[in-house]
Design a protein around this ligand. Structure first.
Ligand code: GLU
Length: 357
């Protein structure tokens, strides 16, 4: 069965410690992606490594702060990476296209659909999108947490069947991967909490770590997309996890049985764009969390904070400040304040636009 697969590859797989592209790993990756394409799969590649690759190419004249260093290195490293990809894929007659994006492109529904249309047109025309954050212009306070988060948003955006995150370990372990007593967790059922196993530390060049991978994987699986975490420099790993899963160690996050609609997927990844917060009482929190298809009504609302227009993203918190949901507002904040606590008013967030955390 042909699938749409988003493949995310981390800096530690793509670059060498001296800041040069790891041509061996990149070439192996391109071989496998080409083989998957030949089997009928569609691929989107989310590739890190721009900053790490830039380090080997330019020596700053003065000490740089972290923002300037990221901008300088990524500007140089991104071309090196994309050139190498382009040449390697050309060997298979495959055309690639570069997509440099920013978190802002996910912030409004219009910008989101525009970015989505671009990616779908590329796929439709047989072009492999090679995606990275535009690190030259991203503002620190509005960056993707890391490319794990970006890959989850892209997988969601293009309605992928599978997201494969290639890292420098075989998957999620019950302890430190270096400890012989640790076991690889092979399957993660939908909704299972892995926080007890995942250290918040990260290793090597990239910004991500296992905690971030787990967070992205759990969220994306809860939207209906299978997520696989595997070791990127293992021979034929990508081909194996897709075509012969018994051959390569990996962790697979099972997708939920009830996939989300496209619009709810967008909302699910929009927490950082929330313009305001609605707080509800315990009764309303319980109703929202039940399995019933309910909209957010003003009657249980105890507080309204922030200013927003109809269509903006807002957060919904419970009485103790715990996040319950993210939604697309059906009214502006003035109407929400005016109707808070009252019966018989129209919903503040319709069920179809309400994503439960
Ligand atoms: N966008 C960064 C780069 O290409 C990688 C971010 C990450 O490590 O997740 O260098």
């Amino acid at each position: 069965m042909s699938r749409r697969i988003v493949v995310k590859v981390g800096s530690n797989v793509l670059t060498r410690p001296d800041g040069m592209p790891n041509a061996t790993n990149m070439s192996a990756l391109v071989d496998q992606i080409s083989a998957l394409r030949a089997l009928g799969h569609e691929i989107v590649l989310v590739s890190s490594g721009a900053v790490a690759c830039g380090r080997g190419a330019v020596s700053p004249r003065h000490q740089l702060d972290s923002v300037a260093a990221r901008q300088l290195y990524s500007s140089v490293g991104q071309i090196r990476l994309i050139n190498l990809y382009s040449n390697l894929f050309a060997g298979y007659g495959i055309v690639i296209g570069q997509v440099l994006t920013q978190k802002e492109n996910f912030s409004s529904r219009t910008a989101y659909l525009n970015q989505r249309a671009c990616m779908l047109t590329m796929l439709d025309n047989g072009v492999i999108p090679v995606v990275n954050e535009n690190d030259t212009v991203s503002l620190t306070e509005l960056m993707f947490t890391d490319n794990d988060e970006l890959s989850g948003m892209i997988a969601s955006m293009v309605d992928a069947d599978t997201l494969v995150i290639l890292s420098n370990v075989d998957g999620i372990y019950t302890g430190s991967p270096d400890d012989p007593a640790s076991r690889l967790i092979r399957r993660v059922e939908s909704g299972r909490d892995l926080s007890e196993y995942v250290a918040s530390t990260k290793s090597g060049f990239g910004r991500g770590g296992m905690g971030s991978k787990c967070g992205t994987a759990g969220k994306v699986a809860s939207e209906g997309i299978t997520v696989i975490i595997a070791r990127g420099d293992r021979k034929d790993v990508l081909l194996d996890v897709i075509e012969h899963p018994d051959r390569a160690p990996h962790t697979l996050f099972e997708p939920t049985a009830a996939p989300l609609s496209t619009v709810k997927r967008w909302i699910a990844h929009s927490t950082s764009f929330a313009k305001g917060t609605i707080t509800v009482d315990a009764r309303a929190a319980e109703i929202l969390r039940s399995d019933r298809a309910v909209s957010l009504l003003p009657v249980g609302v105890t507080a309204v904070e922030g200013e927003w227009e109809e269509g903006d993203i807002i957060a919904v918190d419970g009485p103790d400040g715990e996040r319950i949901a993210i939604g697309r507002a059906a009214t502006d904040s003035r109407e929400a304040s005016a109707s808070a606590g009252r019966h018989g008013c129209r919903p503040l967030v319709h069920y179809d636009y309400l994503y439960l955390e």
